[in-house]
Design a protein around this ligand. Sequence first.
Ligand code: NAP
Ligand code: MG
Length: 486
Amino acid sequence: MPKVTQTKLVINGQLVNSKSGKTFDTINPHSGKVICAVQEAGAEDVNHAVKAARHAFDKGPWPRMSGRQRGRILNKLADLIDQHADELAGLETLDNGKPFTMSRAVDIPASAEHYRYFAAYADKHYGKTIPIDGNFFGYTLHEPIGVIGQITPWNFPLLMMAWKTAPALAMGNTVVLKAADVTPLTALRTGELALEAGLPPGVLNIVPGFGSIAGEALSRHHDVDKIAFTGSTAVGHKIMEAAAQSNLKKCTLELGGKSAAIVCADANLDQAVVEAHHGIFFNQGQVCCASSRVFVHEAVYDEFVEKSIAMARGRKVGDPFTHVDQGPQVSAVQHKRVMDYIKHGVDEGAELLTGGSAIGKEGYYVEPTIFGGVKDDMKISKEEIFGPVMNIYKWSSIEEVVNRANASSYGLAAGVWSTNINTVNQISRNLRAGTIWVNCWNQFDHGMPFGGYKMSGFGRDKGEYAMESYAQIKAVYVPLENSHWK
Ligand code: NAP
Ligand code: MG
């Protein structure tokens, strides 16, 4: 069992207690028992952190040093994450419940790589020289925006911290990060490692606490220049309202989805079954781009259903520190939410093909669940369940399935399985989603943008688009009075 060594707020280069003296408990979802108490950031602590970040931005070295130098420090942080990978993976599994094998193979190395990707970008996001009318030299500068508030969710705690902080820091901004209260441990430890890597005081401040207190204080703060959020659409509305009502701070919102996976009659069916299975069940179904609506052509529907049931039943669920495919849901709240949705599905007449029950008396386990014969207007079709629940739908024509796939308020991801290039192109061009997977699912690369259409939000994480979203563009005109061109 990993040892928890860092439970304090990270503000202005120091590990500190909350001003109020308050703490909150973080829970082990495998047992439902308390892991430890963590310092709880309140509005006063958020103020303190924003003040530190403001000072670090306005007066400190971080935005003023060369991008290359920032890159060296971010590379050092990536190396420290790798050096502490066992410890961080242990903390992630303890706090979140995801299998240790996943934390160790995916979350932690991908976080380190994400810092590395943006370390390399720190000196490469630059402006242009623009030919203009008159005797002027015109050019643009890409400058950091200032103090960035970031609010992260609990499904990939360290990886989402990396997605948010790496481009913001590489660009020369300073950051105040509110980690989700159910999974604060890896953010706190990584905040400490960032100091060891040489991030100057106030550049990266970590303030775990509750959304309605610390999150609200951050998103309403007048000295925060931008807020970047990943989480639910309901909270996304609140963040935008707070931004609008305070200082019109810029926003980036990544708000989940109800992603449609379309299986055509000519698909490699075994491949589609496996990919759609991992698409929904990976990370206990707690993935914003999960393949939660699987549309299967009527000609292959029965075979797809039969094979998917067999795969779901073969899934090993249990203690995430053992060799399992699936651990517990992250919290009692999420466990109840998922169980309530399953009940809705049954009550609305969807066909429960496998699973559907909670497992055990301790911890927050849910059976891998599949509903067949699902109708588009059911609650389980419209809302994000965020659990191990696959919905399967039957379709017969391409036009029909594309319309049904797009008939969602979300638009985060979508996918198609077909061996016909024309079908692939026709469907993928017409799907309204920020990521399209063709004959695959859950493919990610640090350089590929990720973000939503419609109510899945706006702005992009990852790649050059993330650098753009943390940069200001300044246009500079310089008269060429003394030039020999005059
Ligand atoms: P959530 O409430 O949106 O939480 C996401 C983050 O926002 C957390 O850090 C949360 O803080 C914070 N927050 C909550 N209220 C806030 C407010 N008024 N102002 C500022 N920040 C606030 O999501 P959740 O309750 O954890 O999960 C609910 C549902 O959201 C899930 O079932 C799923 O559908 C969706 N979700 C989506 C993603 C995604 O990747 N897009 C990730 C997680 C959840 P605290 O939780 O610490 O209070
Ligand atoms: Mg926890």
